[in-house]
Design a protein around this ligand. Structure first.
Ligand code: ZN
Length: 338
């Protein structure tokens, strides 16, 4: 038995999945352990290895059966998996600075390991779920979470870029002034840009920009009674139930995405768009409305491009691990291991 492992290392949890050569995922839902990334590389890698052993046992295989491993983490990191020397919010321990986490894990496990950043891994999963492992298609994925991450898959391959910052789609500027009903909004992003996708389409955008704009326009709204950080997290559930202010917040996010997708139509002429992340962990009815709003905000397309589908990414919370496992299968096949 040969299996590929996908390991999604986040700030608070590590999620595992296993994929066999017939491209069947052996773990359906989350297989999660607490992440020890705060304790530095040594503890963290040790814990990843132990978690992988538990995950393999759970499905009746052993570590020996694991042919290749895909790892994904939040950035910033190089395309090959060297974490930024300047550190990052998820890897604060001093020993992480400049640490080659891909090579470190390969050494720890004694197996080939490939690396993707978390948004790119999710994008690869979304692409695979629609087109399969041997696709020649192009897809653009957006993952709406605390920030806004994304991925571009061309001919079935992840675009990583020279420094690992390829497809940082959240920081692409959009003509946000054309979104109706937000005249004068402060669309400041943490990256310093004004009016990029993340500044109007992320949980951070809801807290910093969109709610501060709309709350004064809805006097007496319940969301004004809690602090903005809390209020931002409540918007998704309220929007799903039909609350007018909260739906306006999601309309703005959808329209920002529509403008962004229009830019991508003209850049890549893709086969599909895929939207995932916490923002769409809602009822199907709400997802459907959101997708329609995205399309409504896209300027008229050429006739041939007007029907480019917009999909919701399936299995959102396991997307990173699944994408990492798919990358591992590719690595194994290219190396003649599987
Ligand atoms: Zn930005």
């Amino acid at each position: 038995m040969q299996v590929m492992a996908g390991i999604d290392l986040g700030g608070t949890a590590v999620n595992y999945t296993l994929l066999d050569q017939q491209e069947t995922f052996l773990i359906e839902g989350l297989c999660e352990h607490p992440s020890l990334s705060k304790e530095g590389p040594e503890q963290c890698l040790q814990q990843i290895a132990e978690g992988l052993r538990i995950a393999t046992n759970q499905v009746g295989v052993t570590l020996k059966d694991v042919t290749a491993v895909g790892l994904d983490t939040p950035g910033p990191a190089s395309a090959a998996g060297q974490l930024s020397a300047r550190g990052s919010t998820n890897f604060v321990h001093a020993n992480w600075a400049g640490f080659d986490i891909r090579a470190g894990l390969a050494h720890k496990l004694g197996k080939p390991v490939c690396y993707l950043n978390d948004a790119n891994a999710a994008a690869l999963w979304g692409h695979y779920a629609i087109f399969g492992a041997h696709s020649r298609e192009t897809s653009i994925s957006i993952v709406i979470g605390t920030g806004n991450g994304g991925g571009v898959i061309i001919d079935g391959n992840v675009v990583k870029g020279k420094n690992g910052f390829g497809a940082e789609l959240g920081h692409v500027l959009i003509p946000y002034q054309s979104i109706s009903g937000i005249n004068g909004i402060n669309a400041q992003c943490n990256c310093g840009r004004i009016g990029d996708l993340e500044s109007l389409c992320s949980l951070t955008a809801i807290e910093n920009n969109i709610l501060p704009y709309f709350l004064p326009r809805y006097p007496g709204h319940d969301l004004a009674k809690v602090d903005l950080h809390q209020a931002a997290k409540l918007v998704r559930g309220l929007a799903d139930k039909g609350d007018a202010l909260s739906k306006e917040v999601f309309r703005v996010q959808a329209h920002a995405l529509g403008l962004f997708f229009d830019e991508m139509v003209n850049t890549f002429d893709p086969d599909a768009f895929i939207v995932g992340g916490g923002a769409l962990e809602t009822s199907q009815g709400f997802q459907h409305w959101f997708i329609q709003e995205i399309r409504a905000a896209m300027p008229n397309q050429r006739e041939e491009q007007a029907a480019i589908p917009i999909h919701v990414m399936p299995n959102g919370d396991t997307a990173g691990a699944r994408g990492a496992a798919i990358e591992a299968l590719k690595l194994a096949r290219e190396g003649g291991l599987a």
